[in-house]
Design a protein around this ligand. Structure first.
Ligand SMILES: [Zn+2]
Ligand SMILES: [Zn+2]
Length: 241
C-alpha cells in the first residue's frame, strides 16, 4: 500500500520539533538583539563625549552646562557643531513617550531632548549644595575615572531633564532604597540585568572621552564609593550629616 502525504503522528512530531527550535532560538535572538542595541547606544554616548572633548578644546577647556535653557533642547544642542549628529541623541532602546508628546507641566511645551544625562557634579550649573561647581575640564583630577554622562529615566520627573542629581541617589544605608532612588533617574534594566537591580547594565561616558557598558554596582555604592563624585569632593564631604 503506497502512502500519500504525512500521517497525523508525523505532522505532530514535525510541529513539536519546530516548537522546540523556536523556544531554543528566540531567547538567543533577543539576547543578540540586546547586545547590538546596547552597542549602538554605547557608540552614541561615546560620540557625545568625544564632542564634549572637542568642545572643551575649542572653548578654553569649558565643561558643558546642564540645563542651559538658552540653547535649543539642552547641552545636546551645544555639541552638534562639535560632531554630535542629531541621531545619536536617542538610545535605540529608549521608549520614552516624551520625544513625541510634551513633558507634563512645561510652558512653553518642551519635548525630551535626549536619552542621555549629564552628571551634575561635573557641571557649572546644578552642582549639589555646598559643592564648588566645576567649570573647566582641568579642574577634575583623574578624569578617566569620573562619569560625565549616563542614561536618563524614560518616565517620571527626570524624564524631561537633561542631567542627574547624583546627591539624591542616596538617602539611607538600605541598598533597596538606594537602588529605587537611582531608578528614578536612570532606566535600570534598559540594557540587560534585572530591572531595578544592582546588576542592571547601562552605558556611561567618562570625562576623558571613553565610554563603557557597566553594571550599576560598578559605578555607585554610596556617596563615597562611586564614579560620579570627583575624587577631590569625596575627601571633603564623606558620609557625615
Ligand atoms: Zn541606551
Ligand atoms: Zn538640576
Amino acid at each position: 500500500m503506497s502512502r500519500k502525504g504525512f500521517t497525523l503522528i508525523e505532522l505532530l512530531v514535525v510541529i513539536g520539533i519546530i516548537a522546540v527550535l523556536v523556544a531554543v532560538l528566540l531567547p538567543a535572538l533577543s539576547a543578540a538583539r540586546m547586545v547590538s542595541v546596547r552597542a549602538q547606544c554605547l557608540s552614541n554616548i561615546r560620540q557625545l563625549q568625544t564632542a564634549q572633548v572637542a568642545y572643551a578644546t575649542d572653548q578654553d577647556d569649558l565643561i558643558l552646562a546642564a540645563g542651559d535653557g538658552s540653547v535649543v533642547g539642552s547641552w545636546i544642542g551645544v555639541l552638534e557643531p562639535y560632531g554630535a549628529r542629531p541621531e545619536v541623541r536617542r538610545c535605540p532602546a529608549d521608549r520614552s513617550p516624551f520625544f513625541e508628546q510634551p513633558f507634563p507641566g512645561t510652558d512653553p511645551e518642551k519635548l525630551r531632548a535626549t536619552s542621555y544625562a549629564i552628571n551634575n557634579y561635573v557641571s557649572p550649573t546644578h552642582a549639589p549644595f555646598g559643592i564648588q561647581p566645576i567649570v573647566k575640564l582641568s579642574e577634575v583630577s583623574q578624569s578617566s575615572t569620573v562619569i560625565h554622562m549616563g542614561e536618563l529615566a524614560e518616565t517620571g520627573s527626570y524624564a524631561g531633564s537633561d542631567h542627574l542629581h547624583v546627591q539624591n541617589f542616596y538617602l539611607t544605608i538600605a541598598p533597596q532604597i538606594t537602588i529605587s532612588l537611582i531608578n528614578q533617574q536612570m532606566p535600570l534594566g534598559r540594557h540587560g540585568g534585572q530591572e531595578m537591580s544592582w546588576d542592571a547594565k547601562l552605558n556611561f561616558s567618562f570625562l576623558d572621552g571613553h565610554a563603557e557598558s557597566l553594571k550599576i554596582r560598578q559605578v555607585y555604592t554610596d556617596p563615597t564609593t562611586n564614579l560620579f563624585v570627583p575624587p577631590q569632593f569625596i575627601k571633603q564631604s564623606d558620609l557625615e550629616e
